[in-house]
Design a protein. Structure first.
Lengths: 341, 341, 341, 341
């Protein structure tokens, strides 16, 4: 049996760990043969297929990124996309796919599966917002990097008694902001799921200064103020081609400074949250996802994705997760309000 | 309402995060007053009670260890232990306890609870082997440190083409060994739950050299060979006063070297696994445990401990977890055999 | 003898290590008494004086920032600044000052010294551009953080085959950019001392893509293009009140993208470069600076600053370093051109 | 011109950085061709020669260890060693060698140079004890790892109010112990250059407990007690075949515990000090050493080694450094006594 592997969407620590473990398990235990499709769905559309044996995956466990390359190509935005993918698979004798990706990549996988392509999904996202799994790999690494950054910013904030705003990843969900904000001891945490009141934020900031400590405000990039608070921001295309807002961190620093009369600065963590060696947790999770994806292929459990539930890896129908973003539950967010201000 | 907090057993990253969050939530939300009992049960026996207000817990979130001190004192090994503890609580007007500790500390808490002391437990162990919770805080930090050490040892092993044996914590369970071994890409992982065959280990070592890579063997300190393989080891008292075996790492290096005719060295990670700043994951978990412990006290849910199930914090009767060690499931261990050798 | 200590300018890892060691050495060996002046020269102007004994400096060695606070206040921009400082010193019986700061803070110290205030300087700057010393503390920590960030960005760059531009600190000198760029394996390093040719930069970028690796461009925030290349940038006041250019990283990404037709992104490291625990090198250097500053005070060597020359700590007249910025030598920069492109 | 490169002795972070930069500079700037000799002098004796071009050194800058392998082979302990090396060089048309190694490897290089082999040396040692250079690469990484370990041990020591002894590398010199001990805020630092008085050590330990802080004792593995203090230790062959003492850390913990009646534990850092990715400082230094070694070969400056003096890379005759170990200067050690106890 010949299996094709592809990685789609933004890169994420742990992708290589999945590739390694699915190839190791599939080859050694089930006698599968593997090929890689380069650059996500692009490789499937354009017949960019590379060999992928055990030698190719040696030493990649601790490496960030993906040895297969990635792209945001959506096969359903290309004419004959499905047919071209099927042609590529037939031409190379590929019997099934292992598709490692986030919401968009798995969305395409779900549709391809419906149209008869045998495949197993592996959920991937820095943002932790894929429905159906407790956690995705990459998230723990991103939270760790953001937390370390917040640790560093505390001493600067206090030496100068100024507010430091940290803008972290999270366009549609506040998982990184919430976890890193709690772990880093932030005084304000702003997430897309809970539009904020800038007056309340400024109140928390002023309150913090009264204790002779300096405020750290952690904001997901998708955090938004409540209605009535006008934001003038840059609008830009994100990497998936959608319009998104940017600059919430900078806006917050300016508003806090203007409204409280105290100094405020911003740090935008950006790409350093998604690169580099995965944390031990992410290597563990990604390795298990790969092992179980090989099992799923062997069992013919196509149209499912592997997922974490508690400490178990389970299979979830791709159909069930389609189009659903896992957001931060209001009650979880409220747990931490005791630390605000 | 006045609450006493104590930390018992070996220190563990995240203890301070629990102390901080239980005090913040209890004080701000429920109007509790707090005191600390110094050095675990010792403080309860000897009336070592210190103030514990919000000012006392400022800035301790990222700090390892415990500001309350710890000890391995077992109140049931002291005459009138229970009576003396009750006297201390009465003398200071303490209405309930929050007891943060591992198997031994929570064991004593369970018995005290039966004898009428109102208390809530918070499970703590580097080793991750407390029953009733998916994970304990401190474990993720220990795994991260061990994984980074293994990462470092790979390059030394390969530069000299020798075996490096890494002995990690885990007397009764192999959680650290298994997680760090998988995350670090070890070629052999030895855990107490699965007595090993030294001939098989040497076979894996020799096999690894054939690929032109050098073997990394990760062994829990409690790993033991199968019957028939005699080990001459030092026997010593552990920190809880029990006899235990030590030196499995050194023994392995000697046997591997003797039996395969190749060079082998050992590194014993020791105390660096339990000290220092907690990982973001452990700060998150410890913070939530503290918040939910305050809720449990407020709800009068005495005789329970807080625990992690999936992504939820739940309450588990202390009685249910008493005397049970959570060990590595054989099927979980077997998942990773594809990487051995 | 009573000594006043102050820290001025931007915060920098190692400030607390200096404070600790000067207080330890001065108190234990020379019997000095110490006070702290809060927030740099501001405390001297406004009589904000705090006790500073051995208990106050316990445990601060590994902590970033400064327990004394800092500010950019220039006493010579305040009417009667010098007289007010002398009044504060007289009122508290302060016999001499230890002034820890960068170019601006030490510039004021030089002038105060000329006007009769007995003081010893300790050079401090993230940017490493204080003349008269091989290195300043804080620099090694900043380079380490920037290098780790570059390490992380490599895998993202290669997974997507895009250029990543990293903007690091350095308005007037390129030390951080050069050291971190070399250590991180950057393909282009841009420093203020060497105006760059954007066409050449784009040539290097295109060349890099030909090797199937992705380019990392490291730019000091003060890097500027050669005459004829127009930059439209935001202009803003820096923390010392001067006009400066910002946004070179963003500009570079846009130009590279526009001129080469390939994807390019920017990460601005910002404040995370200056906060948090100092590296071992910086703790060593800062500790030695503090010890030698105490010696200098004891020897009455006023009007000097301590400095590193090779592995020795020496004393340099403050007059000699006044107004001189230590920039990157052209021949040093040229050493690394073999790695460009 | 064809150049052979070899790495000898224990592995050390930065070896790959030297290999990469000498090959890049030599190939691109001077048109040299390169080959690698495997496993130190062993490759030269046994004709193990591998290609070494720019493709072979891509991506190795951040990797620990050495892609060329290493060994402790001394060519002068093999009959006809010199002749066999000359034969290997002749057979492969090698015109000159770049020899990267520590005292033993460079000692052999010095003698070979005298006997007519054109070569340039690059000093390498974790221990920083090669004479003629301010620092060697690998040292900063080792100090950083040891300092981080000490940071972690502080919280454990204080939670249990026990002494923690940390045994670090350094058989013949105390550089790692001194730098990491100072950076980590140790209370006792023991180095081979200064035999210690165990009574004084115990006095410092007791003194530390009086402040309500717990002692950290950092000992180089070669630290020895003064005459009259008998040590019963294991004696073993070190990796260079010499007899050496081991176990000073364990001995210290036992003596401190016995003499002071307080708990004391040991951690032996071991191999984790020498593996893994080099620090930014070490990558910078190793890269510059490689660049200047290529220059030296091009200039025909054979019989020299590159060395760091202040911020400059200079050439030092190998003859001058032969047989000299750079030890810790007594006056440097005494600088830090203010922190003891």
């Amino acid at each position: 049996m010949k299996i094709g592997v592809l990685t789609g969407g933004g890169d994420c620590p742990g992708l290589n760990a999945v590739i390694r473990s699915v190839v190791r398990k599939g080859t050694q235990e089930y006698g599968f043969e593997f090929v890689g499709l380069r650059d996500g769905w692009l490789g499937a559309l354009r017949d960019k297929v590379v060999p992928l044996d055990i030698a190719a995956v040696r030493g990649i466990l601790p490496r960030g990124g993906t040895i297969l390359g990635s792209s945001r190509t959506n096969p359903f935005k290309h004419e004959d996309g499905v047919a071209r993918i099927k042609d590529t698979l037939t031409a190379h004798g590929v019997d099934a796919l292992v598709v490692i990706g986030g919401e968009d990549t798995l969305g395409a996988a779900t549709e391809l599966s419906r149209q008869g392509v045998p495949l197993v999904g592996v959920p991937k996202t820095i943002d932790n917002d894929v429905a159906g799994t407790d956690y995705t790999f990459g998230f723990d690494t991103a939270v760790g990097i953001a937390t370390e950054a917040i640790d560093r910013l505390h001493t600067t904030a206090e030496s100068h008694m100024r507010t430091l705003v940290v803008e972290v990843m999270g366009r549609h969900s506040g998982w990184i902001a919430l976890h890193a904000g709690v772990a880093g001891g932030a005084n304000v945490i702003l997430v897309p799921e809970r539009p904020f009141d800038i007056d309340q934020v400024c109140g928390w900031v002023k309150n913090r200064f009264r204790t002779n400590y300096a405020p750290i405000v952690v904001a997901a990039e998708g955090a938004v103020p409540k209605e009535g608070h006008v934001i003038v921001q840059d609008r830009a295309l994100d990497e998936y081609g959608h319009v998104h807002l940017s600059g919430i961190g900078e806006w917050l620093a300016q508003e806090i400074s203007r409204r409280t009369g105290t100094d405020a600065r911003t740090t935008v963590l950006g790409h350093i949250q998604r690169g580099g060696t995965p944390s031990a947790f992410d290597r563990w999770l990604a390795t298990r996802f790969g092992l179980h994806a090989a099992d799923a292929v062997n069992d013919g459990a196509f149209g499912t994705m592997v997922a974490l539930r508690g400490t178990e890896i389970v299979r979830v129908p791709l159909d069930e997760t389609r189009g659903r973003t896992k957001v931060v539950n209001p009650s979880l967010y409220d747990e931490f309000e005791v630390f605000f201000g």
